[in-house]
Every structure is written in C-alpha cells, then in structure tokens.
Design a protein around this ligand. Structure first.
Ligand code: NAP
Ligand code: GDD
Length: 386
C-alpha cells in the first residue's frame, strides 16, 4: 500500500509533536511547517528528526509561516499531501489581547491561505483538511455542556480569529467540496504543554518549589473551570476525523470539569504538599497546611535537597496581572457525537494527566537543582509572564 503523506502546520508545538508521532506510527510520510527562528526550536520533535541524506526518512521539515501565502502554496505544491492538519497558530488567549492583529493574521487568514492553496492547486478532491478549532469559540457559554450545535460567543481576539477560521473551513467545504473538518477541541495538556498555559505553569512551579528553586507561584483567576484532557488522546481524534466517509465538525472533550484551584491543589498534593486557602479575591493565598513528601518527591533526595516547607508558608498568590480583559469562566464539552461517529473516547484520567505532568517537571527540576549545585550553567527562561 502507498504511504500516505501528511502536512502538519504547528509541528513544533504540543499537538504537532504528538500528532507527528501518531502519524509516523501509522506509516505516514510526515511533512511539517517550521518557522525560521534564530535558535532551533525543535525540542518537541527532535527525537523524530532524520538526516536529510537518509533516502528512507519519513519526517521532513520545511521553513514556512502561516502569514506568508507564497511559501504555503509552494510547500503544498511540493508535498501534495493527502491530509493537511492546520495546527499552527498564535495559541495563547492572553497574548492575543496584546497581539490581536498578528493573531488574526496567523490564526484566521492563515487558515484561509491554506484552503486557497488547496483550491488554487486543484487539490480539492485529493487533499483532506483538518482545522484546529477550539472551545474558546463558545467563550461566554450559551448552554452547558457545549456541543456542536451550541452558538458561539468568542471572548478574545484569539477566539474571534478562530471563529473566522471555523467558518471559512465550513465555507470551503460547502463551496468547493473540500473534505474539510473542524475539530472543536477543549483544553488538552501534557508534559509538552507550553510553559505559560496554566496547567504547565502550575506543575513546573510546584516541582521547583518542592526542590527550593522557586519561592512562590502567582496565578490569575483561580475559579476558571475547564474540561482538561490529554493531548495524546485528542490528536487521535484529529486523525479519525479525516478517515471518515464524509467531512464534519466534532467536539472533542472529556465531559469532566475542574477549576484552576482544584488543579493546583492536586498538583501540590502529588508532592505531599497540602494547601489551604486564606484571604479573598486579589488577596487570596495558598498556604502549606501539611507537608510530608510523597515517595515521588522523596526519591529526589538521592540527587538533591528537598525544600523544608513549614506550615503557614505562602506558596500560591493571586496576581491580577494574569486576569484577562474578558474571561471565559467555564467550559465543559459534550463529546457524544465523537464517541458515536468516530468511536473516540479519552483514555487518560484527570489524575493520570496530573501525575504524568508532575513526574516530568519534577525530573526537569531535579536536573536544574543538580546543575545549580554543581555550578553548571542554567538556561534561565526570560519569557514575559502570562
Ligand atoms: P502550541 O503548542 O502553542 O503550538 C502552536 C504551533 O503553531 C507551534 O508550532 C508554533 O510554532 C506554530 N505557529 C505559531 N504561529 C505560526 C505562524 N505564524 N506560522 C506557522 N506556525 C506558527 O499549540 P497547541 O497546544 O499545540 O495547539 C495546536 C492548535 O490547536 C493551535 O491552533 C491551537 O490554537 C489549537 N487548540 C489548542 C488547544 C489546546 O488546549 N492545546 C485546544 C483547542 C485548540 P513555534 O514553535 O515556532 O512557536
Ligand atoms: N495562562 C494562565 N496563567 N492562565 C491562568 C492563570 C495564569 O497564571 N491563572 C488563572 N488562569 C486561568 C485563565 O484565566 C483561564 O481561565 C484558564 O486558567 C486556562 O488558561 P490557559 O491555560 O492559558 O488556557 P486557555 O483556556 O485560555 O486556552 C487554551 O485552551 C483553548 C481551548 O479552550 C489554549 O490552548 C487555546 O489555544 C485553546 O484554544
């Protein structure tokens, strides 16, 4: 059987890395769009890299950008993919308030540029298209749980850009017969999650606090509710959508909801740190009520010191800087259609997701502690805080 070829935008991101692995395991030839940067920026896919001189390689990266239609047309023409997965985007909601025009260019017009490339190259009947749509489309939710028929009400420049991308995907399906699907994915996380999304920010901070590398974690809205799944599960749904007889749009979610506060409590508990909350609103703080290192944390003592966290110590504080001008308070998806039509369901529980993320971040924090102790240079992160 001929190898299928996929083109993945956003291949250096969280989902891109999981999807690339998934497709390679299914014997695809995977082509990825990579933005040129002054550093490599390929950490998430380095394990998939093959020397360009290897004639049997199935993983190929191309320089390109969703804001540049010339390179998109050239790459689509060169690869002539069976499937395009458009995962590339400025994907941070808070950042989109600060870069609204760029977000619209990459997230909204970027989708149009790819669809136009398919049309201009006459690939309407041969190239299937997946659009990374989002639960942020529901924004100020009009019903709970949210399903495919729930009206949209985006609450950020990111949400508004993704709204355009959603509808232009539907339009190109109806106007030109392109096999184009929207996956309306609810939040999904993993050890590969970007460090400024709330789950990863919490798992990294808790691990570093437990090893004495960080004093405190500052967060925004602790009451926000999300339907958090695992990225590994969610990318399978992306693939399944393009394997159906007819193109359609699907909600992909766990159907379970938790607050930022609960996520935070469970993460610290994984390390044996019980938090209690005091104060209200902007003055709220999470303090240590009990600390007894779990075996996971105690094992680190073989390599480095574990912090002594006395009762009453403040580990979490609210910083209004992290509030958004308009917030999405609650998201909860109904994945019934995906379950019935795609046979998809999540395989990772909320607790398993947390355990996996904490395990990896504690490992990274241990490495940092050893390097600091032994005088090896540490790459400090200078990311603006979100
Ligand atoms: P991510 O980790 O932030 O990755 C985004 C990817 O897009 C990165 O590879 C990034 O490249 C690339 N990118 C950004 N701007 C680009 C541009 N102008 N041209 C080409 N590539 C560009 O995001 P993710 O969590 O994997 O999410 C994947 C997609 O699903 C995104 O479209 C996101 O909006 C959507 N989504 C995510 C979730 C979620 O919970 N994760 C839920 C629903 C929808 P660099 O590495 O160079 O930055
Ligand atoms: N990032 C961040 N940082 N969020 C915080 C913080 C903080 O310090 N404190 C509280 N939050 C709250 C946010 O206000 C939001 O309500 C919630 O935590 C989740 O924030 P993020 O993890 O940044 O994700 P998101 O829900 O805004 O967006 C993600 O999910 C969307 C799908 O619903 C992104 O992956 C989007 O690309 C994706 O479309």
């Amino acid at each position: 059987m001929n190898k299928k070829t996929a083109l993945v935008t956003g291949i250096t991101g969280q989902d891109g890395a999981y999807l690339a692995e998934y497709l390679l395991a299914r014997n695809y030839e995977v082509h990825g769009l990579k933005r040129r940067a002054s550093l490599f920026n390929t950490q998430r896919v380095d394990h998939l890299y093959r020397d360009p001189h290897d004639p049997r390689r199935s993983f190929v990266l191309h320089y390109g950008d969703l804001t540049d239609s010339t390179n998109l047309v050239r790459i689509v023409q060169h690869v002539r993919p069976d499937e395009i997965y458009n995962l590339g985007a400025q994907s941070h909601v808070k950042v989109s308030f600060e870069t609204p025009e760029y977000t619209a260019n990459a997230d909204a017009l970027g989708t149009l540029r790819l669809l136009e490339a398919i049309r201009l190259l006459g690939l309407e009947k041969s190239t299937r298209f997946y659009q990374a749509s989002t639960s942020e489309l529901y924004g100020k939710v009009q019903e709970t749980p949210q399903r495919e028929t729930t009206p949209f009400y985006p609450r950020s420049p990111y949400g508004a850009a993704k709204l355009y991308a959603y509808w232009i995907t539907v339009n190109y399906r109806e106007a030109y017969g392109i096999f184009a699907c929207n996956g309306i994915l609810f939040n999904h996380e993993s050890p590969l999650r970007g460090e400024t999304f709330v789950t990863r920010k919490i798992t990294r901070a808790a691990s570093r606090i437990a090893l004495g590398l960080q004093e405190r974690l500052y967060l925004g809205n602790l009451e926000a509710l999300r339907d958090w799944g695992h990225a590994r599960d969610h990318v399978k749904a992306q693939w399944l959508m393009l394997q159906q007889d007819e193109p359609d749009d699907y909600v992909i979610a766990t159907g379970e909801q938790h607050s930022v506060r609960e996520f935070c409590e469970k993460v610290f508990l994984c390390l044996g740190i019980e938090l209690e909350w005091r104060g209200k609103g902007d003055a709220e703080q999470g303090i240590v009520s009990r600390f007894s290192p779990t075996p996971l944390l105690a094992d680190c003592e073989a390599h480095c010191e574990v912090a002594s966290l006395e009762r009453g110590k403040v580990l979490v504080a609210v910083d209004p800087h992290y509030f958004r001008p308009t917030e999405v308070d609650t998201l909860l998806g109904d994945p019934s259609k995906a379950r019935e039509k795609l046979g998809w369901q999540p395989e990772t529980s909320f607790q398993q997701l947390i355990d996996e993320m904490v395990f990896q971040d504690l490992h990274d924090a241990t490495r940092e502690a050893i390097c600091r102790r032994d005088g090896f240079p540490i790459t400090a992160s200078c990311e603006a805080s979100f």
